[in-house]
Ligand binder design. Structure first.
Ligand SMILES: Cc1cc2nc3c(=O)[nH]c(=O)nc-3n(C[C@H](O)[C@H](O)[C@H](O)COP(=O)(O)O)c2cc1C
Length: 217
């Protein structure tokens, strides 16, 4: 199994979300030595422009036209990013909440890879056909405050609904979330919440290989 670990925090060893993801990967590695983890660190990775030639190419695809010759060379950068994404068997996203949503680097990556004809297509009746099927995703987030269901801030959580929507749209519907929250209110709350998230991550990692795709609630 090859897991693509998409790292969307720039905080390195200081990162709460990364610490929780590492616990997930440790739990997974303890189950099997046959797991390959491929890392895309979005703050150390030059992503192709979603402008200029690549935007022209995208608009050609959106209206069902072939990509013009002059835009093809540039588009190969987008294609290789997509190929790298779709070649994984499962995904781990590590992302802090930034301004109620995902950090800009993750949004930029999504803007690069979610392309018609590659991750989704339309059938002859205009219905969307997702093209990334049979794969699972785990999203580890860290938030300064607490957005748990029932809390005052829950309606401001645009991070989990967005990730579920965009990856569900392309066919990844089996998505588990682990939220480390609240990280920035008091040290006591942080330690308690981090401990809980680490335990959840170890457990999820430990059982990940035995759960069939589609098993997530
Ligand atoms: C630019 C920026 C925006 C943030 N926006 C939010 C926010 O909307 N809600 C929140 O609860 N915390 C917010 N935070 C706090 C982080 O989510 C929190 O510190 C988290 O633990 C960081 O995760 P990390 O250590 O994995 O990077 C923000 C932090 C930064 C740097």
């Amino acid at each position: 199994m090859r897991i693509l670990h998409i790292v969307a925090t720039p905080r390195g060893s200081e990162s709460h979300s990364l610490r929780v993801s590492e616990a997930f990967l440790k739990g997974l590695a303890e189950q099997s030595g046959d797991v390959e983890v491929d890392v895309v660190d979005l703050y150390r990775h030059d992503l192709p422009a979603v402008a200029g030639d690549n935007l022209e190419a995208k608009y050609s695809l959106m209206v069902g036209r072939p990509i013009d010759r002059g835009h093809q060379e540039s588009w190969q950068q987008i294609e290789s990013l997509i190929e790298h994404f779709v070649s994984a068997d499962a995904y781990l996203i590590t992302a802090p909440m930034w301004n109620f949503g995902v950090p800009y680097a993750l949004k930029y990556y999504i803007d690069c890879i979610v392309q018609p004809g590659y991750l989704f297509r339309y059938d002859e009746t205009g219905q969307v056909v997702p093209m990334v099927t049979g794969k699972r995703m785990v999203c580890v987030t860290a938030r300064g405050a607490d957005y748990s269901p029932g809390s005052f801030l829950h309606p401001y959580d645009f991070q989990e609904p967005y990730l579920r929507a965009i990856f569900g749209f392309v066919g990844i519907t089996d998505i588990r979330f682990i939220h480390a929250q609240p990280m920035d209110i008091t040290p006591h709350q942080r330690e308690a919440a981090l401990g809980e998230a680490l335990a959840q991550a170890r457990e999820l990692g430990g059982g990940f290989l035995v759960q069939p795709a589609g098993a997530a609630a």
